[in-house]
Design a protein around this ligand. Sequence first.
Ligand code: URA
Length: 450
Amino acid sequence: MFVVPLIERKRDGGALSPEEWSACIAEYTAGRLPDYQMAALLMAVVLRGLERQELAALTDAMLASGQRLSFESWTAARIDKHSTGGVGDKVSLVLAPLVAACGVAVPMMSGRGLGHTGGTLDKLEAIPGFRTGLSLAEAKAQVMKLGCALIGQTPEIAPADRRLYALRDVTGTVEAIPLIAASIMSKKLAEGLTGLVLDVKVGSGAFLPPVAQGLELAQTMIALGGDRGCPTVALLTAMDRPLGRACGNALETEEAILALRGEGPPDLMEVTYALGVEMLLAAGIETSTKKARKKLEAALSSGLAAEKFEQVIEAQGGNPKVVEDPSVLPQAEAVEVFLAPETGVVTRVDPRTIGRAVVALGGGRQQVDDVIDPTVGFVITVKPGDRVLEGEPIASVFAKDAGGVKLGFEALGQAIVIGDRLREKPLPLISHRVTTDGIEDLTRSPAGAV
Ligand code: URA
């Protein structure tokens, strides 16, 4: 295929036809279009965007590059959630078993770390033995038996996205509404869902920080889902600081397990419950936010959600003891406590600096085939607005050696800013709800006032 004229057309602001998008994706998936040409085309999309019919064609071509989970006559509601990516965002690990424990089938297909953000698959694979590469047949059987499977993109599912995702991660082509929307929706539409809930991150640590862009991304994905028979709802949530306390694969898995045992940090729990409520409503299991929230809280406090996670881990080859004893997770060689350098108010905990430092410590990929070190990362116990005293412990670095600790300390020194007062208000934790009916500003209602 002679792709240069297509790259040039896109570069110059023109559009590719649906047939051209379909051919590009088919050739790329088959290995006949090289990475460097696809990277050039992706960069042209980052700079020029996609027209509506181009986005539809790209998404459909990515979806068609693989197979789809088909539940045939199994009529149970099947709902998933997907996040656009954040730092410390371990919501999926808590939410999937929690919602499954409430009786909703959750065939969750997740991604790996991308850019400065972490990925659910990398977090799950911190659990010794855990296998995310289930075949479609295995995933389907597990969802029908346990109500939940936590899987990655096997070669069968949206293989085009699998390759594009890895390529975008290392070519500066992540940050574009159409590429994020097509990537997420091609995976989600392959899952045979009856509904989808999106967690669209906004703020400095999100791929698209401005709220206006988050809203546009949400509306773009909702339209793609709705047009393809998958009713989709989105919440906009804050990513101007890390979510929860832990950032780094095994550390986040441990925090997720603690959350399932009722010891999760308040911000992580609020986002998890809000998304869980949407999933129960989408499944038709509950008809009001209040009842849905109660059901979720009961599933968590009764231990049912933790038990469900144990069952899923066991079914996917992992060591289920991790739920009872998170020390089963791999542990960092070097751990050091970071002390507040001065007395004052924490004005910023910059998620991008933290996310990039996790990658630099070895917890993410700088090249496509880098191997992840699950043990490294940070636990940061302060949030913007907290008062601290000089010398007070406010974070810990988990690294593989003294060099890593030094790097981690430098990152914390940059990321955690202490001043005399909070100058900029942190973003509301949950700011908007977006549906096909429009945009609801939750800061005007109790749900967002956290
Ligand atoms: N998550 C995805 O699956 N794809 C993206 O492009 C960004 C976040």
